[in-house]
Write a protein that binds this ligand. Structure first.
Ligand code: SF4
Length: 504
């Protein structure tokens, strides 16, 4: 009996949460759970494909494994190291064993560095080549990824997308790593270039005994390169199987839905649309029980209550579903899948026996089905648009009402609290001034002029009272020929007289 090989990468129960603190519109703090208890292994020289919808947490998982972001919980064993325990110089040294190829080859290269410098820099840092030999090493790496060595002096903007991705791959393999994480490495490329890059990755894996974690959302592409495939949904791995087994016997309803959504090359459009409705739930408020139950056509009562545990179907095939492998899951759905598979088989047979150039005219059934699916698709699309619009309107209304509320509150506070306080302060200051006048001249001021210009500063326009309680009515001074006039009158209309004062 032979022992199973030690995995190069072993991830156990990995969790990544992004806390969202309490905010203006959120009364309780919440967490975005991007990765929720993921466990996986990769053997040396193996390629594990990771597929799922956008936003399901694939890239976050890759970044946690690379330690570009720190996981919240869980363990990572890589190449015999406790990966999370490494830090500083140890981590830097160990990192040459795990490299990454990013999705956007242009953004991942420094536009100010030649591609030779970009590839050679890491070799110099890790001591794999010295300054005299680095140019030769870079040249042979470029040759290995199918680029002329003389291109080492070019800048990234001088290359096409596929050539830049080859440079990204050359940079990743320059350090002779044991594992490369390809994060949607071919998604940004056109189909013919995708095939070239995939074949290059396969050749390098064979030559260098590399292991890959190949993240993608195109199942056909992922199948082309992967030995095993893990399907991810809402931060969890819902099914793992060898690539062929996953395509031949998808056991989880979500995997079946993904497979049924693979487009057909036939002009008759034999592909059935995915029997899934609605958007994936928000990672902030994850559903109870099975995370897939709000969209699962086979959901039962237990699915919303109890999260399914991992079930092993043997031969490396496992998943999380209460009905795993118990097809038919839904009386309607397997029938649709069977129709689809039959159509695909027919087309393969036709393709093998006939010249593939001319498309067959679509049958009445196919046309009818297509019409129904098209109608359903349009209904779903309009529902989605309506939902988005109503969400946008709700947000605008909330922001508008909140702003109006704040303005009204401020106005009320100003009139009830701040303004009276300010007036009271001014009145106190005036009283103090009159008392000071009285202390000096042993009499109260006869009119406002005697208080000087400060009175105007306190009451720019309005009414004041003298210490005997008689109202003073005055108007602000007017400038005339460089002098200011101040008119003061008592409320009974008897003018005290005009007085002209020099500007203070
Ligand atoms: Fe569907 Fe239930 Fe299986 Fe979840 S556990 S995938 S809801 S059948």
């Amino acid at each position: 009996m032979t022992c199973p090989p030690t995995p190069i990468l072993e991830v156990s129960n990995l969790v990544k949460r992004y806390p969202m603190p309490k905010g203006f519109l959120r009364s309780t703090p919440a967490d975005i759970c991007a990765v929720n208890g993921v466990s996986l292994t990769i053997q040396p020289g193996e390629t594990l494909g990771l597929v799922g919808e956008s936003g399901c947490g694939k890239t976050t998982l890759g970044q946690c494994i690379l330690r570009l972001i720190e996981p919240s919980k869980g363990e990572i064993q890589f190449n015999g190291w406790d990966w999370q325990a490494l830090s500083g110089i140890e981590l830097r040294r160990a990192r040459r064993n795990m490299q990454v190829v990013f999705q956007d080859p242009f953004a991942s290269l420094n536009p100010r560095m030649t591609i030779g410098d970009s590839i050679g820099e890491a070799m110099l840092v890790h001591g794999l080549a010295d300054h005299r030999r680095v140019a030769t090493a870079v040249g042979s790496l470029l040759e290995r990824v199918g680029l002329p060595p003389s291109w080492a002096d070019r800048y990234p903007h001088e290359l096409s997308g596929g050539q830049r991705q080859r440079v990204g791959i050359a940079r990743a393999v320059a350090l002779e790593p044991k594992l490369i994480i390809c994060d949607e490495a071919v998604s940004a490329l056109d189909v013919s270039i995708q095939a070239q890059i995939l074949n290059l990755l396969i050749d390098l894996r064979r030559e260098m005994e590399l292991a890959y974690l190949f993240i993608g959302h195109n199942l056909a592409t992922v199948k082309h390169i992967s030995d095993r495939i893990a399907v991810m949904y809402l931060g969890q791995i819902v099914e793992t199987a060898p690539a062929d087994a996953l395509f031949d016997h998808p056991a989880h309803p979500y995997t079946q839905a993904l497979l049924s959504a693979i487009p057909s090359l036939s002009p008759q459009r034999s592909t059935l649309p995915a029997p899934l409705e609605g958007e994936p739930p928000s990672p902030i408020r994850q559903p109870t029980g099975c995370p897939f139950h709000p969209r699962c056509p086979a959901a039962m009562e237990i699915c919303s209550l109890t999260p399914p545990t991992r079930t092993d179907l043997g031969k490396g095939h496992s998943g999380r579903c209460h009905l795993l492998g118990q097809i038919p899951l839904n009386p309607e759905w397997p029938r649709r899948l069977a129709v689809h598979q039959q159509e695909m088989t027919n087309k393969r047979v036709q393709g093998a026996s006939q010249a593939p150039a001319r498309a067959l005219p679509p049958s009445d059934d196919a046309l009818e089905r297509e019409k129904i699916f098209e109608r359903k698709r349009l209904i779903q699309k309009s529902k989605r648009l309506r939902r988005r619009q109503s969400t946008r309107i709700r947000r605008i209304l909330i922001v508008g009402f909140v702003s109006l509320g704040i303005i009204a509150l401020w106005t009320i506070l100003n009139h009830l609290v701040f303004l009276p306080r300010q007036l009271e302060k001014q009145a106190t200051a005036l009283r103090a001034e009159i008392e000071a006048f009285h202390a000096i001249f042993k009499r109260y001021p006869r009119d406002l002029n005697e208080l000087g210009w400060r009175l105007h500063a306190i009451f720019p326009q309005g009414e004041a009272r003298d210490p005997r309680g008689r109202p003073w009515i005055y108007r602000p001074p007017e400038k005339q020929d460089g002098l200011y006039g101040l008119q003061v009158a008592e409320s009974d209309g008897i003018m005290q007289g005009d007085k002209t004062m020099e500007s203070p």
